[in-house]
Design a protein. Structure first.
Length: 275
C-alpha cells in the first residue's frame, strides 16, 4: 500500500491504536482530535470499535445523526468535532454479536457513507487487537499514518509492539508513541507515583526508532470529564493536561507533513513536449 493520499474531502487519516484494551486509547483519541480543533483545524473522529463504542458517551452525544437524500449520514458535530460511531446508529444497550466479516463491512460503510465535510484530519479510534478486523480496516481505508497509545506496563507494551509491527507490515507510517497513565498525582498531597512503571513508552519508541510524542498522567479529572461527555481539552481549555495534548499534536504534525510530501512526490510528472 504505497499510496497514502486520503480522499478528496479528507487530507489526512490518522489511526490511533494500542493493540490492547484498557490503556485509555479512546480517551486519548478524543482529546487529540479536540486539541487539533483547538488549533483551528477541521477535524473528524471515526469510532471504529464496533463491539464497544466509547465516543458517543465521551463526546456527550444526545441526538441521532441525520440521513441525507443520497443515503449518506451527516456526522454529529460535538464540541466543534465531526464524529461518527456505530453507537449513534444502534441501541447502546444492545450486544453487538457480529462476526469479523460483518464488522469489517460495517466499518467500511461507516467511513464511506459518512458525509465528512472537508476535513484536515480524520482520527480513527481503532478497536483493540491486531487481527483481521484491524488489518482489513487499514488495507481498505487510505490511512495516512498511525499513533500508538500505551501505558508503561509490560503487558501493554507487548501488545503495542504488535500494533507497531502490524502497521509496518501494511506500510502505514507510525508517527510516534504516546504513553498514557504515566504518573499518578495524588489529589490531596501532590505526590507523584509511577504506578504502571517508568519510561516504557520512551523505550518502545526507541526500540522501533520512532518519535516519543509525550506522556499523559493518570488523573481522576480525565476520567470524570470523559464520563460527563466533555473531554479534558474542552472542559479545561487552559489546563496543564490540555497543554500536553496540544504539544503532542504539534509533534505529530511534523512527521505527518513529511509523509504527505513524500506521497505527493510518488506521482509521475507529466511533461508536454512540442515536436
Amino acid at each position: 500500500m504505497e499510496n497514502r493520499v486520503a480522499t478528496p474531502k479528507i487530507k489526512h487519516i490518522i489511526a490511533v491504536a494500542s493493540g490492547k484494551g484498557g490503556v485509555g486509547k479512546s480517551t486519548v483519541a478524543a482529546n487529540l482530535a479536540l486539541a487539533l480543533v483547538k488549533q483551528g483545524a477541521k477535524v473528524g473522529i471515526l469510532d471504529a470499535d464496533i463491539y464497544g463504542p466509547s465516543q458517543p458517551v465521551m463526546l456527550g452525544a444526545k441526538t441521532l445523526p441525520e440521513v441525507l437524500e443520497n443515503q449518506q449520514i451527516k456526522p454529529l458535530i460535538l464540541h466543534g468535532l465531526q464524529s461518527m460511531s456505530i453507537g449513534y446508529l444502534v441501541d447502546q444497550n444492545a450486544a453487538m454479536i457480529w462476526r469479523g466479516p460483518m464488522v469489517s463491512t460495517a466499518l467500511q460503510q461507516l467511513f464511506h457513507n459518512t458525509a465528512w465535510e472537508n476535513l484536515d484530519y480524520l482520527i480513527i479510534d481503532l478497536p483493540p487487537g491486531t487481527g483481521d478486523i484491524q488489518l482489513t480496516l487499514v488495507q481498505k481505508i487510505p490511512i495516512t499514518s498511525a499513533v500508538i497509545v500505551t501505558t508503561p506496563q509490560d503487558l501493554a507494551l507487548a501488545d503495542a509492539k504488535r500494533a507497531i509491527m502490524m502497521f509496518e507490515k501494511v506500510r502505514v507510517p507510525v508517527l510516534g508513541v504516546i504513553e498514557n497513565m504515566s504518573l499518578h498525582s495524588c489529589s490531596q498531597c501532590g505526590h507523584q507515583e509511577a504506578i504502571f512503571g517508568q519510561a516504557g513508552g520512551e523505550n518502545l519508541a526507541s526500540q522501533f526508532n520512532i518519535p516519543f510524542l509525550g506522556a499523559l498522567p493518570l488523573n481522576r479529572s480525565i476520567r470524570e470529564h470523559a464520563d460527563q461527555g466533555c473531554p479534558t481539552v474542552v472542559a479545561e481549555p487552559d489546563g496543564t493536561i490540555t497543554q500536553l495534548y496540544v504539544e503532542i499534536t504539534k509533534k505529530m504534525l511534523e512527521p505527518l507533513a513529511q509523509i504527505a510530501k513524500n506521497s505527493l512526490s510518488k506521482f509521475p510528472k507529466i511533461v508536454v513536449e512540442q515536436k
